[in-house]
Design a protein around this ligand. Structure first.
Ligand code: XMP
Length: 215
């Protein structure tokens, strides 16, 4: 993904009409559109191809299965037109290797969840976040997902992965994180959903976040 605005839209609306309207309104401010279960379960995987005409799509399916099933999921995601997939890492190196291998075959990207951004994200992830980050680096993933709600954790994770991997960071706005703070802590992109798609003017909301970050 090319870095222009350091902003990824999390498009968690559930209907095609709203999704395309919002994506069109903000496309000049975002480097990618993240699509997850809410929209794909609402409208089907075909929505990925439509959105990919506006911006590269990250498929946030938090893939977490045995290697063979992970392979099948990633193949479907990339065939549908997604530029990248988000996977979990707690399933182990063999599962992650399977996702990375498919991504390499398709020339696409893999981002691995380290510690999640919500309060419960510390319960199980905190003790293993660094190990997962190191595994993501060793496995040749494109990058990791780290919490904008805890910029200090982004800093910790950056120290582990170095500068070769990217950090994409959700938790800005509705979850309380600051875009500028987490970019200063070492994130490459912030991921923002509700603060943009629930705004009366998604374009103005996206522009304001870009201006705050001065990325
Ligand atoms: P909001 O509305 O809170 O949306 O701006 C955030 C988006 O990011 C997803 N999310 C995460 N994804 N690791 C992830 O891989 C995380 O720690 C994490 N926290 C939030 C969330 O599903 C929504 O799409």
């Amino acid at each position: 993904m090319e870095k222009k605005n350091c902003l990824i839209l999390a498009l968690d609306v559930t209907d095609r009409e709203n999704a395309l309207r919002i994506a069109n309104e903000v496309s000049e401010y975002v480097d990618s559109i993240k699509v997850g279960y809410p929209l794909v379960l609402g409208e089907g995987l075909g929505i990925v191809k439509e959105l990919a005409e506006l911006a590269p799509v990250i498929a946030d399916f938090k893939v977490a299965d045995i290697p063979n099933t992970d392979r099948l999921i990633c193949e479907q995601v990339f065939k549908a037109g997604a530029d990248a997939v988000i996977t979990h890492g707690f399933t182990g190196r063999d599962s992650l290797d399977s996702c990375v291998k498919v991504a390499e075959e398709y020339g696409r990207d893999v981002y691995v969840v380290t510690e999640m951004s919500h309060p419960g994200g510390v319960e199980f992830f905190r003790p293993v976040a660094e190990t997962i980050a190191q595994m993501a680096a060793d496995a040749g993933a494109t990058g990791v997902v780290a919490p904008a709600t805890r910029p200090e954790r982004v800093r910790d994770i950056r120290k582990i992965i170095g500068n070769d991997l990217h950090i994409i960071s959700p938790g800005v706005g509705a979850q309380g994180g600051s875009a500028a703070d987490v970019i200063n802590a070492g994130a490459d992109w912030v991921i923002v959903g509700r603060s943009i798609y629930n705004s009366d003017s998604p374009a103005d909301a996206a522009m304001k976040i870009c201006n705050d970050m001065k990325c």
